[in-house]
Design a protein around this ligand. Structure first.
Ligand code: C6P
Length: 414
């Protein structure tokens, strides 16, 4: 476990990079510099192997068969759930619901929490820096139930306006749903303060940890958060899988999301009764290999230690910020005091897409555009940003290549 490791021991970056064969890729003849980790991280060999072993040796459907393979597959699947519960320190394994990703986790909560709790005149509170997947599901729920969507603004620097929050939380708010770390600005929001303020008023809180879980240690009991969602693919696991954590008592009170196999106890045409947690929210055959892959990804993170990863990434981000500051015409977008994972910027008046394309030709992968946060760009009056996002395998050499690439881009675009 991470806590038994010396968090100040430097990471062995060569050994880490050797675990990710894709980093050896050449792009237009240049060694790849992968700085699009907020979109998705690369996968270590141990994750690929765990999924391969599953399909080669124990593939069977789970929770259904009495036969040997089905039992072994079920054990492996439930072991993965235990690893997730342990990683975020959930009180119970059955508080972990496997989903398709962060997006589905939020849609699930918006749908069933809405059905159980929202009515005309209620409010749902989010922030102005949410990913579309933490806006649209709530808009749908609000539209359906006649509730109002309220939005906490943020400053030019990319920090939430906490006075506005203090005022908005006093409204008839039923749920506060917000991101731990902004994917477009990198801002780490004051989660403890916000959760505490919401709970003082009996308001339920959903935390979008899609950009936090891979950078910051998360303890759901310490946070006392009601729901937390994240995606496997942003923490070295496979795509197509995500996690919804919910407090047992809350999950038990909510109606099911989708109907189908696994989520039922008995079915008749007169009445259907539902299964216990977590199966009540896991209709149909789950992504068994994906869950096993995520379990391996969390083992991988634990083998290094999330505290050490956090320190190493912070040092790299600081180095990047300093080195990038020297690039002519650079303007950082999102300068919050607390940031993780992401550096967004503009180069002169050049369109982010043009900058991204020229970087790509030099083998440097960044993301450009609105990053599924159109309201963030509207607030700042910009079409989008160029975004470099960092992970455990990134090095100061990657940063140097980015800086050189940006200098060349600036010259080319004039
Ligand atoms: N952000 C990015 O490049 P899914 O697509 O369900 O795995 O995750 C959605 C999501 C939700 N919340 C936050 C804060 C996110 O960053 C994301 C995904 C990626 O920034 C892809 S748009």
């Amino acid at each position: 476990m991470s806590h038994t490791l010396n968090i100040y021991e430097p990471l062995s970056i060569e050994a880490i990079r050797a675990e990710f064969p894709i980093l050896q890729t050449l792009v237009y003849g240049n060694p790849l510099v992968y700085l699009d980790n907020a979109a998705t991280t690369q996968k270590p060999l141990s994750v690929l192997e765990a999924m391969d072993v599953y399909y080669k040796t124990i593939n069977a459907n789970v929770h259904r068969g009495v036969h040997h393979l089905s039992q072994v597959a079920t054990d492996a699947f439930e072991e993965a759930r235990r690893k997730v519960a342990s990683y975020i320190n959930a009180a119970h394994d059955h508080e972990i619901i496997f989903t398709r990703g962060t997006t589905e986790g939020i849609n699930l909560v918006a749908s069933v929490f809405g059905r159980a709790n929202l009515k005309a005149g209620d409010e749902v509170l989010i922030t102005a820096m949410e990913h579309h997947s933490n806006i649209v599901p709530w808009q749908l729920a609000c539209e359906y139930y006649g509730a109002k969507l309220k939005v906490i603004p943020f400053s030019e620097r990319g920090e939430l306006d906490m006075d506005a929050f203090a005022a908005l939380i006093k409204g008839p708010v039923k749920i506060l749903s917000f991101t731990y770390v902004s994917n477009s600005l990198g801002t780490i929001n004051p989660v403890n303060e916000m959760i505490h303020a919401a709970h003082e008023r009996g308001i339920v809180v959903l935390l979008d940890a899609a950009q936090a879980v891979q950078h910051i240690p998360i303890d759901v009991q310490e946070l006392d958060v009601d729901f937390l969602v994240f995606s496997s693919h942003k923490i070295y696991g496979p795509t197509g899988l995500g996690v919804l954590y919910g407090k047992e008592a809350l999950l038990n009170k909510l109606p099911p999301y989708q109907g189908g196999g696994e989520m039922i106890r008995t079915v008749s045409f007169e009445k259907t009764t539902y299964n216990d947690l977590p199966f009540k929210f896991e209709a149909g055959t789950p992504d068994i290999a994906g869950a096993i892959g995520l379990g391996a990804a969390l083992d991988y993170v634990n083998s290094i230690g999330i505290d050490r990863i956090k320190l190493a990434e912070e040092a790299l981000m600081e180095y990047a910020q300093e080195m990038m500051s020297g690039v002519p015409g650079i303007r950082f977008v999102g300068e919050a005091a607390n940031k993780a994972g992401v550096i967004s910027f503009l180069l002169g008046n050049h369109h982010p897409f043009d900058v991204g394309e020229i970087l790509d030709k030099q083998g440097i992968a960044v993301r450009t555009g609105h990053h599924c946060c159109q309201p963030v760009m509207d607030r700042l009056g910009i079409p989008g940003t160029v975004r470099a996002s960092f992970s455990v395998y990134n090095t100061p050499e990657d940063v140097d290549r980015l800086v050189k690439g940006l200098e060349k881009t600036a010259k080319m675009l004039g």
